[in-house]
Design a protein around this ligand. Structure first.
Ligand code: GLP
Length: 242
């Protein structure tokens, strides 16, 4: 059994409100926190709560992205950076230079990953990291089989992940086949981890991550190795928990 803290709410909206509250609590104690953001659908209601409730709470923080598609420019509508700009940075009036993300069109992808790790180290590491989870248990774009000591690097995307993420792309566009992602070791270096999962499609991955063995076959089970990991769920995502 793991020490991962699990909190279950009746619905996704309440779960998202709780996550926003956790972050705002951290920011009250440490306004200059380095906050790790996750992209995708799950964090959208968290971002909405932050837009409504954060006021100036994020002004002194740094925001760090978890992953990015290769081949998408920073202003591409499907890029994760664009999601953070649209849902948080622009509406909250945050300074764009406080958003630190991987550059998906960098000429040298390995050098870009090294630059990003160095930038994280310069910031003193991530203080509070929000995570989502893929149906196959991935965190960031770390697919099953990824070593727990992996660092930021280019990765091929599985067909499942490309299909799951296709809705974010216009119908005439291909979902990229490669992404840059913080490694599991990078993610585990954050001081606090909060994984938010909502909806029944995540129930199996959540149960494997929290109550299954700690194994590279389930990337999110790495949270069991972290001293301060919280998993926030709605009831459907918690359905398979014992
Ligand atoms: C994506 C992203 C992850 C995200 C996960 C779940 O592929 N790389 O960072 O957490 O899959 O996405 P969603 O919240 O849209 O289900």
């Amino acid at each position: 059994m793991s020490d991962v803290r699990v909190v279950v709410f009746d619905d996704a909206e309440t779960a998202a409100g709780h996550v926003a509250g956790l972050l705002l609590g951290r920011l009250r104690a440490e306004p200059a926190s380095v906050v790790g953001l996750a992209a995708g659908n799950t964090p959208r209601p968290v971002h909405a709560h932050l837009r409504a409730e954060a006021g100036g709470a994020l002004a002194a923080a740094h925001l760090v992205g978890l992953d990015e598609y290769v081949g998408l420019a920073a202003d591409d509508p499907a890029a994760f950076r664009t999601q953070f700009r649209r849902e948080l940075v622009d509406p909250l009036g945050l300074a764009a230079e406080r958003l630190h993300t991987l550059e998906g069109v960098a000429a040298d992808l390995l050098a870009e990953c090294a630059r990003f790790e160095a930038a994280l180290a310069d910031l003193g590491g991530v203080s509070w990291q929000l995570l989502g989870i893929g149906r196959n248990g991935h965190i960031g774009f770390n697919e099953p089989g990824t070593p727990f000591d992996s660092r930021t690097r280019p990765v091929p995307l599985s067909e499942t992940t490309r299909r799951d993420n296709a809705a974010a792309f216009a119908p005439d566009r291909e979902v990229p086949r490669v992404a840059l992602t913080q490694g599991i070791g990078t993610i585990l270096s954050a001081r606090s981890l909060v994984l938010l999962a909502t909806g029944e499609t995540k129930a199996e991955a959540v149960a494997a991550a929290v109550q299954g063995p700690c194994t590279v076959a389930v990337p999110a089970s790495a949270l069991q190795r972290h001293p301060d990991a919280t998993v926030v769920l709605d009831r459907p995502a918690a359905r398979r928990l014992r």
